[in-house]
Write a protein that binds this ligand. Sequence first.
Ligand code: SF4
Length: 329
Amino acid sequence: GLVRHHPLYRGTVLRRRNGTVRAVDGVSFDVRAGETLGLVGESGCGKTTALMEVLRLTRPQRGAVRLFGRDTAALTAAERKALRRDVQVVFQDPFASLDPRMRVAEILAEPLLVHGVPRARIDARVRELLALVGLDPAHAARHPHGLSGGQRQRVGIARALALEPRLLLLDEPVASLDVSVQAGIMALLEELRARLGLAYLFVAHDLAVVRLLADRVAVMYRGRIVEIGPVADVYGAPVHPYTRALLDAVPRPDPHRERRRRPAPLPGDPPDPSEQPRGCRFRARCPSYAASADAAWRTLCETDEPRPRPVPDGSGRLVACHHLEGGRP
Ligand code: SF4
């Protein structure tokens, strides 16, 4: 029901002509109660797959996902079932994820009916959900095509909230909306989080959106988290060469242009998650590696996959680079 329109949920991202590939094979992260963790990286880096693994509560092939202090791989079947209800999703494109034949009232009632909420209580709950996301009771009778993009995303958020989850997975929640509508949806998400005590795990390519919404951010490259830590630290003083390159590519705000320009692409090949290079995955595009003349220093990058290590700055940040200290030649 809830996710049937989403192509990723059917697992197509995991299938390739030459067999089945796990786009996320080494990701460990935790989502704490009431916090927002942002996942950023170029498309194809595995961030949406990580989100879907959390949604399905499947065991990651490598790495571990902890939700509210519990390792999702260690859950019993009963705990997993209970947690499924606690974890809901809001998709990027509300038009594609809402059934065009259903009225808003039916869309919001569906998860309630599936989970056995008595029919007598459904109408009141639907009205409550509409109010929660700032929609009018009259919107209940509309179909998705009779709503604006922003209103449709509000319906998507209301549907995700129907079962009173603790965690919302947000897959590029404002990327398909006009810039003028984005701020309203972000403010709504922020308000709902505070009001309902929700945690968010969200994926966005727009670093400015992540900075506004997230408490912590995880930067992904080719299926690995290369840097994870508090937003202020990662944005203020990025340590991993990939994080630095990503932030350098963010355009300065231009008051004469209405739309934010997309970041300039990094030099080098886009990430291909099926490729498993030896050594550091970022090496081919790493400015620090390219600039280093130290053979021993370079050999480490060529032969060993760096594991996330704490940055010695007291921030609790983890960075996967061999040259944390000497990373700026
Ligand atoms: Fe660059 Fe080496 Fe660090 Fe990888 S381990 S990010 S190649 S300096």
